[in-house]
Design a protein around this ligand. Structure first.
Ligand code: OOG
Ligand code: NI
Length: 463
C-alpha cells in the first residue's frame, strides 16, 4: 500500500519556509527587512480595521505573512526544463513570458507560481526565473567558452532528481519524501562560495555583462533575493534607513494611490560576498561578487489588457519626461512626474470596474432578491446590494520594474543596449512547455466568481 501523499500546496509551504530560513542566514539584512515588514503590516491592520476585516473575509489575511517571491537566473535549456519539473512537484507552473532584452538585460523569463485560486490562497509563493541569453553576447569566443562551462555543471543533486522523478511517477510525494525533496532542492538555490571558474575567466565574463558572470561563474543559481509582501511600501521604504538598510532611490511601478494597482517594488543594494576562484594547481584565489539583495513589494488590483495598456502608456509618458537616475538625484522629480501622469488613471473601485480596467471577484452579499431582480446586469445587482465586487490581487510581475530591479543591483554600468528581440517560442521550447497566458487566470477567476455569485443570488431569491 502506498503512503498518503502530501498535497503539492503543503510541499510549496515547506519549501518557501525553508528558503526563507536559509536566506535569513545567508543575507542577514533580509531578516531585518522581514521584521520591519511584519511591524508595518501589523500597524496597517490596526490602523484600518475595515481593511483588516475585508482581507480576513477574502481569506487574504493569513497568506500575507507567508507571502514572498524569489528570483533565480539559469544558464541552459536543460536547467530550465528541469526547473519546470522541480516546481511542478510543488504545484507551481510557468505563467507569463517576460523579455528583458528591451531593458538591456540579456535574459528572458517566466514566473513559476500556483495558478488555481485555492492554491494561491493557501500559499502564493512564486519564483521569477530567468534564462541567460548567450545569443545576445557579441564576443563569439567568450560565448563558446561560457557555453562549455555551463554544459559541464550540474545544478541539481542526484537526490533531487530522484525525488522529482518519483513525484512524477507516483503523482506526488509522501510527507517523508517531501521533506527529503525540500532538503535536496534547497541545495540548488544555496549560495556557493566556490566559483566554477578562474578569477581571470570571471573577469572576462564580467566585462561582457555582470549578469553573465553571475550565471556562468557559479556552481548553481543562488537565490538572488526573497521578497516579502507589505501592506504599505512607502512606510517600509521610509523606515529602512532607521534599520541600517539603504533602499534604492525610487519605488518601481505605479505611484501611491487610493486603490493600489498591480505591483510596487523597492530593493536594497546587493551584498558583496567572498568568493574563492579556481587557482593554479587546486589553490583557491580569493575575490568578491555582488549579486544578492533584498526587495519588498506591495500588491494591488490585477489590470485587464485595457488597464495594462493605460498603465504602460502613463509609465512611458513619465519616463519620457524624467528618467530616474541611479544615484537618486532626481527621485523627487520622478515621483512627482509619476503622480502627475497617473492622475489620468481612475482611482476608485467603481470607476475601475465600470471602465473595465481591472479584474474583480464577485460574491453574493446574502441579501434575498425579488425574483425579477435576480437575473439583472452586474451593475444593477451591485446597486441593489445583492452583489459585491472585490479587487483580484495581481500575482505576476512587471517587465519595466523587473528591469529596474536588475539594473539597480547589477550596477548601472551594466545597462547595455540590446535590440529588443523577444523569443517566446525558443523560451517555450527550452522550457519544454507553453507558459500560461498572463490574463487568462484573472479572466477565468472573475468569470467563475460571477457565475457562482449569480447561482447563489437566484438560489436565495424569493419566488
Ligand atoms: C529578477 C528581477 C525581477 C521582480 O521582482 O521584478 C524580479 C532578478 O534580478 O533576477 O524579481
Ligand atoms: Ni523580485
Amino acid at each position: 500500500m502506498t503512503e498518503a501523499m502530501l498535497p503539492a500546496d503543503a510541499i510549496r509551504t515547506l519549501f518557501s519556509r525553508a528558503m526563507s530560513a536559509m536566506y535569513r542566514t545567508e543575507v542577514p539584512a533580509y531578516g531585518t527587512l522581514m521584521e520591519l515588514v511584519q511591524a508595518v503590516n501589523a500597524e496597517c491592520l490596526e490602523a484600518d480595521p475595515t481593511e483588516a476585516r475585508r482581507l480576513q473575509d477574502l481569506g487574504e489575511l493569513e497568506r500575507i505573512s507567508e507571502e514572498r517571491h524569489g528570483a533565480i537566473r539559469l544558464g541552459t535549456a536543460a536547467e530550465l526544463a528541469m526547473m519546470r519539473r522541480l516546481f511542478a512537484v510543488m504545484g507551481m507552473y510557468p505563467v507569463g513570458y517576460y523579455d528583458l532584452s528591451v531593458a538591456g538585460v540579456p535574459v528572458h523569463s517566466t514566473a513559476f507560481r500556483p495558478v488555481e485560486e485555492a492554491a494561491l490562497a493557501r500559499n502564493p509563493f512564486r519564483v521569477f526565473t530567468s534564462l541567460l541569453r548567450l545569443d545576445l553576447i557579441e564576443d563569439a569566443e567568450l560565448r563558446a567558452e561560457a557555453e562549455a562551462i555551463l554544459v559541464g555543471r550540474q545544478i541539481y543533486t542526484e537526490g533531487c532528481r530522484e525525488m522529482i522523478a518519483r513525484a512524477e511517477a507516483q503523482g506526488g510525494l509522501s510527507a517523508a519524501e517531501a521533506e527529503r525533496f525540500v532538503a535536496e532542492a534547497l541545495e540548488t538555490f544555496r549560495w556557493h562560495g566556490e566559483a566554477n571558474v578562474s578569477f581571470d575567466m570571471y573577469h572576462r565574463l564580467h566585462e561582457a555583462h555582470r549578469l553573465v558572470a553571475d550565471v556562468v561563474a557559479f556552481k548553481g543559481p543562488h537565490i538572488n533575493h526573497l521578497t516579502p509582501r507589505t501592506l504599505d511600501i512607502d512606510a517600509v521604504q521610509a523606515q529602512m534607513p532607521e534599520r541600517g538598510i539603504a533602499p534604492k532611490a525610487v519605488i518601481e511601478g505605479p505611484p501611491r494611490r487610493a486603490v493600489p494597482i498591480l505591483l510596487r517594488q523597492t530593493s536594497f543594494k546587493a551584498l558583496e560576498e567572498p568568493v574563492r576562484f579556481v587557482g593554479a594547481k587546486g589553490a583557491a584565489v580569493a575575490g568578491r561578487h555582488t549579486a544578492r539583495f533584498g526587495e519588498i513589494e506591495q500588491r494591488g488590483l490585477a489590470l485587464t489588457p485595457k488597464g495594462q495598456a493605460l498603465y504602460d502608456r502613463l509609465l512611458g509618458e513619465t519616463r519620457g519626461r524624467v528618467t530616474p537616475r541611479a544615484d537618486g538625484s532626481n527621485a523627487a522629480e520622478y515621483m512627482a512626474a509619476l503622480d502627475a501622469s497617473f492622475a489620468a488613471f481612475p482611482d476608485d473601485l467603481d470607476s475601475l470596474r465600470r471602465e473595465g480596467l481591472g479584474y474583480f471577484r464577485y460574491s453574493a452579499t446574502g441579501r434575498r432578491a425579488a425574483a425579477h431582480e435576480a437575473g439583472a446586469e452586474v451593475e444593477a445587482l451591485i446597486a441593489a446590494g445583492l452583489l459585491r465586487a472585490d479587487p483580484i490581487v495581481y500575482e505576476d510581475f512587471l517587465p519595466v520594474s523587473a528591469a529596474g530591479i536588475f539594473q539597480s543591483n547589477l550596477g548601472d554600468a551594466a545597462a547595455q543596449a540590446f535590440v529588443a528581440n523577444p523569443n517566446r517560442a525558443l523560451f517555450e521550447a527550452d522550457l519544454g512547455a507553453r507558459v500560461v497566458e498572463l490574463y487568462q487566470c484573472y479572466a477565468e477567476a472573475e468569470a467563475a466568481s460571477l457565475a457562482r455569485a449569480r447561482a447563489e443570488i437566484s438560489r436565495l431569491s424569493v419566488a
